[in-house]
Design a protein around this ligand. Structure first.
Ligand SMILES: C[S@@+](CC[C@H](N)C(=O)[O-])C[C@H]1O[C@@H](n2cnc3c(N)ncnc32)[C@H](O)[C@@H]1O
Length: 214
């Protein structure tokens, strides 16, 4: 809904987590902030920025109202991981404020890093997010049956073992799987697996899984 607020709220994509993947444009906007809003992890990337810092967590809905009211007087920057246009808080901020009251600074997405890590183009890929949404499992199974390349965003919502059992029950077999964990971070790990070995695997932290037809 259009409101005509004082300052545009800038939503900045911070990339997958390492400062090396933050763009110069993103850094410039962050350094100009009066108020920085973001997860503890993202705020922790900018200890030198002297802005007021608001932690985004389970308070994400009430925080929308605060972002709106602060933006009347202050330059508010909302930090999101990866790219704002890809499964992020940006959607809620834009719905609340109206797109004319938001500026979006793109970032490098976790899926870009995952495909770069396995050396495969991603223009034909299909994307599903299980991040906090187990209910997407049926859509994921359909995608894996019908597409050559499917990238899945996951946190600890669905374990690899549970996912494998589910996919097998759906009749899926013979897929190559890449499990890309904590991309760009110190504990980054990229493993090439099949469905049997994925079933035996523990995943740690944030991950992108890529399912490829063999
Ligand atoms: C709320 S979504 C945000 C996606 C983000 N907008 C993007 O473009 O990457 C969070 C999910 O992104 C993925 N993700 C974000 N950063 C990651 C990283 N450094 N390594 C692996 N996966 C990551 C994980 O699947 C995580 O559960």
């Amino acid at each position: 809904m259009a409101r005509g607020i004082g300052n545009k709220v800038t939503i900045v994509g911070c990339g997958p987590g390492s400062v090396g993947y933050i763009t110069l444009k993103a850094l410039k906007r962050i350094q100009e902030a009066d108020v920085l809003v973001g997860s503890r992890r993202l705020l922790g990337l900018f200890p030198e920025v002297r802005a007021e810092k608001l932690v985004l967590g389970k308070n994400y809905l009430p925080l929308l109202g605060k972002i709106a009211s602060l933006s009347a007087r202050k330059k508010v920057i909302v930090l999101v991981s990866g790219d704002p246009g890809f499964f992020s808080y940006a959607k809620l901020v834009i719905n609340k404020l109206g797109k004319e009251n938001c500026e979006i600074v793109p970032g490098i997405s976790s899926v870009q890093l995952a495909f770069a890590a396995i050396g495969r183009p991603w223009n034909d890929a299909h994307f599903v997010s299980l991040h906090g949404r187990k209910s997407e499992l049926p859509r994921l199974a359909e995608a894996i049956k019908n597409r050559d390349a499917v990238a899945v965003l996951n946190d600890s919502t669905v374990s690899p073992g549970f996912l494998c059992r589910y996919l097998r029950k759906e009749g899926i077999k013979g897929k190559r799987v890449y499990l890309c964990e904590n991309l760009s971070l110190q504990n980054e790990r990229i493993r090439e697996l099949d469905l049997s070995s994925l079933a035996e695997t523990e995943a740690e932290g944030m991950s992108v899984m890529i399912f490829l037809s063999e």
